[in-house]
Ligand binder design. Sequence first.
Ligand SMILES: Cc1cc2nc3c(=O)[nH]c(=O)nc-3n(C[C@H](O)[C@H](O)[C@H](O)COP(=O)(O)OP(=O)(O)OC[C@H]3O[C@@H](n4cnc5c(N)ncnc54)[C@H](O)[C@@H]3O)c2cc1C
Length: 334
Amino acid sequence: MSHFDVVVVGGGPAGCATAIHCAQKGLRVVLLEKARFPRDRPGETLHPGVEPLLRQLGITLQDHRRHPGHWVHWDGPSRFQAFSTSRDEQWKGFQIPRVLLDQQLLEQARTLGVHIVQPGHPSQVLLEQSRVQGVQANATQWTGQFVVDATGHHAWLQRQLQIPWRRFSPRLVARYGYCEDSSLQDKKLGLFAHPDGWHWIARISQTCLHWTQLAFAQDVPHRLTPEALEPLRMIGRVRGADVSWRLCRTTAGSGYFLVGDAAATLDPCASHGVIKALLSGMQAASAIVDCLSWPTGEKTVQAAYQAWVQTAVERDVLALRSFYRAHPYPPAWL
Ligand SMILES: Cc1cc2nc3c(=O)[nH]c(=O)nc-3n(C[C@H](O)[C@H](O)[C@H](O)COP(=O)(O)OP(=O)(O)OC[C@H]3O[C@@H](n4cnc5c(N)ncnc54)[C@H](O)[C@@H]3O)c2cc1C
């Protein structure tokens, strides 16, 4: 048996942010990540707000593509949606390969003394009188005061504890992939509405584009790749990801916290997945520090975390619904 203050399961942005922030506060942390790195993940167009969060975690992003906003081809004429509302500000988003971002986050956690188990395969949650005490993984019992589920859409702990979801959409599957290109104009990048739903095209390097496409109705035939990219050479295969809108009904409970996509997911049109993952990880870490210094206040601290997650998700659902209502062919399920 190996005992720590905090056991984090999952080493994406949410898990690493939790582990780093806990370690910065002097806690002993173990992080179990099932995949060997480097491994790729979608989610490479980042909101400028990630920069101050990453700085707090001790990470500086250098030499990556920056963009002041996006082209939106949705309702009415195409428009450029800038991040900054004032001309003087220079707020720019990042285009960064997740292979690099996630590796940098994991290395920072290691540098701060987080014990990394990779590949770490949790097989069972350890419970004592209904309180989560740790996880069984790789023939070892990893115990802690708190277990944090940061396994992304896989939501490992939610499955183990059978916590129900609150659903805001029918099942939605996004398709995504990469293609070769060096000449597509900037105006042909960005977010496009089309009769089936939408697609998003971003330049991730001088010679490579990343695209994501979502059909609002999954049960009728629809195009799997954006029409504009059909003449181009695809790199690798087209992939799919479940991006149904959902929120776990209990994001913090006896001995555990859920962060990032394991707590809640919206489809990528919300375009805030990574920043939300970082933010919820840091918020959960602060909550854990508060719980450890004020054990009798655990329920109060956890209720505050849960309310914070719920308010943010409900606000984002309203914003995304209102954006989809302005779509020329809005989803019937709205
Ligand atoms: C097609 C698509 C495009 C997107 N585009 C954007 C975008 O442009 N910008 C943006 O901000 N967001 C985007 N997102 C959302 C973004 O990818 C996620 O919100 C973000 O990755 C969530 O981070 P996370 O740390 O919660 O989960 P993840 O990044 O999924 O990390 C989870 C980690 O847990 C590990 N894991 C899983 N199961 C286990 C287990 N049982 N045991 C141990 N480890 C486990 C995984 O290997 C992984 O490393 C997109 C999503 C999709 C599907």
